[in-house]
Design a protein. Structure first.
Length: 236
């Protein structure tokens, strides 16, 4: 089941119920009780998830950066703070691949929270709607050759014109989760590199990916009939 609502001035979709009564969360509440060090490590796995899944899908990942949390100002309502960035070179790719790339950060962070025993109703919700708000914005901003309707767990609307593409974000989450489980060792390696160095260029990322060869990837089955996304230069 998916939920729709508003948090800190943003419309959000999440599969986790909101444990808070207010729509505006103060900075302390938005941490979910995690220390700055734990949030920084969560952020590292978020960016590593983007980087590794992007490389696995054949996207031209050129670098990953993790910002120092002590340098970040709290986000005002209606704004969000970039805790890191994964850059892409120019490309044209399948729409589902681009969406999986965008959603893989929040899903990798969720996996890390689960493995560390830190997954609670609050941290799961906040990871989706605070940690992933920029990714949800990027998801909606992807440029395509045909109009796209996004749904969240409800399937293709009966009234959707045949000339439109349809993407159910619940399916995108599931496909991203599959790759995150397959390449979790590489994601943790990239995350640790980012925690140590703060950034990773393409060569460093490929070293972290060894001995995985992206050409040998077994991807989840992809839906048919989607148009390729327009050329994009980078994310976030």
């Amino acid at each position: 089941m998916w939920f729709e609502g508003s948090v800190n001035g943003f419309e959000i979709h999440t599969q986790y119920p909101n444990p808070f009564t207010d729509e505006i969360l103060d900075p302390d509440t938005a941490t979910g009780g995690l220390s700055p060090e734990l949030l920084h490590t969560r952020d590292a796995h978020h960016e590593a998830g983007h980087a590794v899944v992007g490389m696995v899908l054949g996207l031209p990942v050129t670098s990953a950066t993790l910002h120092t949390r002590s340098d970040l100002e709290p986000a005002l309502p209606g704004t969000y703070v970039e805790t890191g960035r994964v850059a892409l070179g120019p490309f044209t790719a399948d729409l589902t691949h681009i969406l999986m790339f965008h959603m893989s950060g929040v899903r990798a962070a969720h996996q890390w929270l689960s493995e560390q025993g830190l997954l609670t109703p609050a941290t799961a919700f906040l990871n989706d709607v605070i940690g992933g708000v920029g990714d949800q914005a990027n998801l909606r901003a992807v440029k395509t050759e045909r109009p796209v309707r996004f749904t969240w767990g409800t399937g293709r609307p009966e009234t959707l014109p045949e000339s439109w593409d349809h993407v159910d974000v619940a399916e995108v989450y599931s496909r991203a989760d599959t790759l995150i489980r397959l390449y979790w060792p590489q994601i943790t390696t990239v995350a640790h590199h980012l925690l140590d160095q703060g950034q990773a260029d393409e060569e460093a990322l490929r070293t972290c990916m060894e001995p995985v060869a992206t050409s040998a990837v077994h991807e989840p089955d992809q839906p048919t009939g989607l148009s390729p996304a327009s050329r994009l230069d980078s994310r976030r």
